[in-house]
Design a protein around this ligand. Sequence first.
Ligand code: HEM
Ligand SMILES: *[C@@H]1O[C@H](CO)[C@@H](O)[C@H](O)[C@H]1NC(C)=O
Ligand SMILES: *[C@@H]1O[C@H](CO)[C@@H](O)[C@H](O)[C@H]1NC(C)=O
Ligand SMILES: *[C@@H]1O[C@H](CO)[C@@H](O)[C@H](O)[C@H]1NC(C)=O
Ligand SMILES: *[C@@H]1O[C@H](CO)[C@@H](O)[C@H](O)[C@H]1NC(C)=O
Ligand SMILES: *[C@@H]1O[C@H](CO)[C@@H](O)[C@H](O)[C@H]1NC(C)=O
Ligand SMILES: *[C@@H]1O[C@H](CO)[C@@H](O)[C@H](O)[C@H]1NC(C)=O
Ligand SMILES: *[C@@H]1O[C@H](CO)[C@@H](O)[C@H](O)[C@H]1NC(C)=O
Ligand SMILES: *[C@@H]1O[C@H](CO)[C@@H](O)[C@H](O)[C@H]1NC(C)=O
Ligand SMILES: *[C@@H]1O[C@H](CO)[C@@H](O)[C@H](O)[C@H]1NC(C)=O
Length: 543
Amino acid sequence: MRYLALAALTSVATADYVWPGPNDHMEDLLYLQSGFNRFGFVDGILSCAFGQNVRGRQNSAEWIRTAYHDMSTADVDAGTGGLDASIMFETMRDENKGSAFNNTFGHLHSFHTTRSTGADLLALAVVGSMSVCGGHDVPLRVGRIDATEAGRTGVPEPQQDLETHTKMFAMQGFNQTEMIELVACGHTLGGVHHEDFPEITGDDTEGNVTAFEYDDSQFTFDNKVVTEYLANKTSNPLVSGANDTMNSDKRIFAADGGATMRALSDATHFQSRCATLMARMIDTVPSTVTLSEPLTPIDVKPYVNTLALNANGTVDFSGYVRVHYGGDTGRSADDLSASITYVNRAGKTVSKPVQAVRPTWRDGTATGFGGISFVFFEWDTQVDAEEGISAFNIFVTTKSTNETVEYDNGGKGFPVKDTVLFQQKQSCQTFTQNESGGYDGSLTIAAAVRDDAIDNTSASELALHYAMHVPQGAVLERLETQVEPFVQTEQKIAGYTLFEVKNMAINDKSDSTTFDISLGGETAVEFQKTGALSQESCVPLVQ
Ligand code: HEM
Ligand SMILES: *[C@@H]1O[C@H](CO)[C@@H](O)[C@H](O)[C@H]1NC(C)=O
Ligand SMILES: *[C@@H]1O[C@H](CO)[C@@H](O)[C@H](O)[C@H]1NC(C)=O
Ligand SMILES: *[C@@H]1O[C@H](CO)[C@@H](O)[C@H](O)[C@H]1NC(C)=O
Ligand SMILES: *[C@@H]1O[C@H](CO)[C@@H](O)[C@H](O)[C@H]1NC(C)=O
Ligand SMILES: *[C@@H]1O[C@H](CO)[C@@H](O)[C@H](O)[C@H]1NC(C)=O
Ligand SMILES: *[C@@H]1O[C@H](CO)[C@@H](O)[C@H](O)[C@H]1NC(C)=O
Ligand SMILES: *[C@@H]1O[C@H](CO)[C@@H](O)[C@H](O)[C@H]1NC(C)=O
Ligand SMILES: *[C@@H]1O[C@H](CO)[C@@H](O)[C@H](O)[C@H]1NC(C)=O
Ligand SMILES: *[C@@H]1O[C@H](CO)[C@@H](O)[C@H](O)[C@H]1NC(C)=O
């Protein structure tokens, strides 16, 4: 975004993004890989070769193969299948040999929430792998829905003939040219494992691996898979394997007489075709799914970390302002400062600007896939509970020019709802070992509700919406919303009454999940993480 500083204070009038947005969490997973406030999806692909030091394991390759196998049972004419994570129910099929699929979902597991489906995470896994391995950027669209059971069979296998493969790819929506391209793009990484396909590698030594290529290029997203093939020097076991029946890449690469492979010998063309086709691969979804526009880094994005009542009648209000810098933003992290102002319940600006401070931890900066950089500023203030808060605005100053830009979220400010406050310190979860050696969990969630809101709505309509993890015979559990009514307590402070859901039984798979709180059927508190709760005991709110 560019603007001219005509006055000391510039207002950003047109903001296409309005906070909070439905894809905020996926945007965090995509762009906050390392540094301050990192979400850490990259930890599974610290390098393109990374595989937790397990011999022959390359996570980037496993993730891309998993995405392809998941997508490959799509029937685009019928609008069924595609990237829907159904592969997690299909790992015992002959067409899905190896541990790659469960390994992949094992990584996705800790990122699986009500705002990040398994299928969207699998798409992110492809985007991240391409980025880490040196491919061109693949845009990430989100909104995929997870299958709840296995889908049809039909993943291509090496012993099948060219006609079968061509038909299978056509069903997936790829013509002959695109089939050749997608296979070449997929098979630039990783290899054929002896333990999965000894009949191809001719070696059944357990745990051994044969790469598609001899050199380190299996760890780089490059077109050697093409150039070595064209030079008749390929080590690709699906081209030069001893048993010709299993040489499916040989048949596919030669399907059009070599024209597509010759075109792919141009490195730039290869990269551009691979990024396009990988995007099409992950965007092949059931017709019932509507994908978002590709995610782009949100320019200035706030995070409210705390909005909770204190015993003395103040409300803790803390959070971060995240500012995109570098690239074509024209911003330099060290030349920025930030502050906020907030508006009370009656709509009046009550405070002088609250300075947001750049954290010292990791310099307050973070980076994501695609080299996108952000700098954070942290605010921590207290609001008078009687006056309340309804919105805040953000001010970002360029220190060298003293130019300040106001961000008001498209005019109305960044909204804050203070009718229901989640009392994190008064909430907790514990796990105790039971007689059969498992763990039984107990969850307590406290909330403060404004008395005038209770007057309007029956208090019994205050409900916890808890994302319970329910085992479903796959690595990812099903997220089932459990609705639990809150119970009113005797405690009243500064126009608020405390409510709680006390000692709700939870299973050991749900130790790190999320919940919402609704009042009178409307969401009042959103997407709070239970992983942040005390494992000890709830701290009472004492006056
Ligand atoms: C006719 C189509 C295809 C056949 C028959 C085929 C077959 C195979 C076989 C047999 C392996 C070895 C798996 C192992 O030992 O773990 C493999 C690996 C792999 N395939 Fe394919 N494949 C096809 C298409 C694709 C496509 C379209 C992609 C992605 C765009 C892809 C991505 C990969 C990757 C990344 C690996 C390496 C996995 C690793 O190293 O763990 N494949 N493929
Ligand atoms: C496949 O589709 C692309 C894009 O429409 C086209 O350029 C290409 O010629 C097609 N290939 C075949 C074999 O039809
Ligand atoms: C593993 O594979 C490599 C390459 O194919 C081969 O040289 C080696 O003998 C195999 N066995 C072991 C135990 O490494
Ligand atoms: C590779 O082998 C094919 C078939 O044997 C031959 O036509 C082609 O000229 C060879 N290419 C090179 C670069 O040697
Ligand atoms: C080659 O592979 C096919 C398909 O798996 C198999 O039926 C055949 O017996 C194999 N041939 C040899 C010589 O191993
Ligand atoms: C109110 O309580 C909070 C939390 O204990 C404390 O940080 C704050 O300083 C207190 N404010 C006043 C005005 O006493
Ligand atoms: C920015 O404003 C401060 C205080 O108003 C002033 O001291 C400083 O000289 C100004 N800097 C520039 C570059 O205008
Ligand atoms: C013990 O905990 C496990 C794991 O959470 C659970 O599946 C099992 O039902 C519990 N057993 C008893 C006797 O409560
Ligand atoms: C409660 O209802 C009154 C009257 O309809 C309204 O003015 C007030 O804003 C409502 N309070 C809340 C918190 O919704
Ligand atoms: C993958 O994990 C699921 C669920 O734990 C399990 O049922 C399945 O057998 C596993 N598949 C493989 C190939 O190990």
